[in-house]
Design a protein around this ligand. Sequence first.
Ligand code: ADP
Ligand code: ADP
Length: 227
Amino acid sequence: MIAIEEVSKRYADGTVAVDRLSLQIPNHSITVLVGPSGCGKTTTLRMINRMVEPSSGTIRVNGEDILRRPVNALRRSMGYVIQNAGLFQHRTILDNIATVPRLLGWSKQRARARAAELMERVGLDPGMARRYPYQLSGGQQQRVGVARALASDPPILLMDEPFSAVDPVVRRGLQEELLRIQSELGKAIVFVTHDMDEAITIGDRIAVMRTGGKLAQFAAPDEILSS
Ligand code: ADP
Ligand code: ADP
């Protein structure tokens, strides 16, 4: 589990992005951070994988302060998916997904076999393996992004507005795929969105943030709907 304890982030220009946030994120569940643009969701996510250093407070993963772990080992334990997938444009789909296993020292053959298996898991046609990102639709590229994040089988998945740039019908399919992946693989998924409908559709727990980086509510979807 991820324990965020009294964490604040003040950027160099004085902006307080996150203000004394405390949040318990359980394993084997989808926790959604939701709130208006600029309320500190991305900053919170980036503090979990140490792309942003907190100004104060502590973040623990399974009891261990993340500052005590080498940053590479920490990031290897966390898949990261962003809007517009962030794919390597000059590499094929298969090689995009195989990148992380290759970095972990797997042979090219084994990494590609793993990538092919992940393509199937996220619902990508095997015929797309040799294409390049620009030859795929936005929804397909997001599937590649999810497959790439799953490649090292990390216990934690951090997802920053992963489905926001695709149309509503495709988004619905991606949400269902994610719920299926979660039920099969049992990750701790932290999912950022500004869309409350999306939060309620996929979240087991929803952290509602408000402007100024404060937590307004942390509850199950049915409690949020009835409040
Ligand atoms: P959200 O993801 O909810 O849109 P962010 O975490 O991206 O919010 O941003 C929270 C606040 O911090 C915003 O006011 C944003 O402009 C500001 N911010 C984000 N990154 C930086 C940065 N590198 N330097 C200064 N301010 C930043
Ligand atoms: P996102 O849509 O992922 O929240 P943004 O467009 O808010 O991204 O930010 C893009 C980049 O600019 C990020 O690296 C973020 O940290 C940085 N950033 C955002 N707001 C500010 C700001 N006010 N000052 C400096 N950098 C910022």
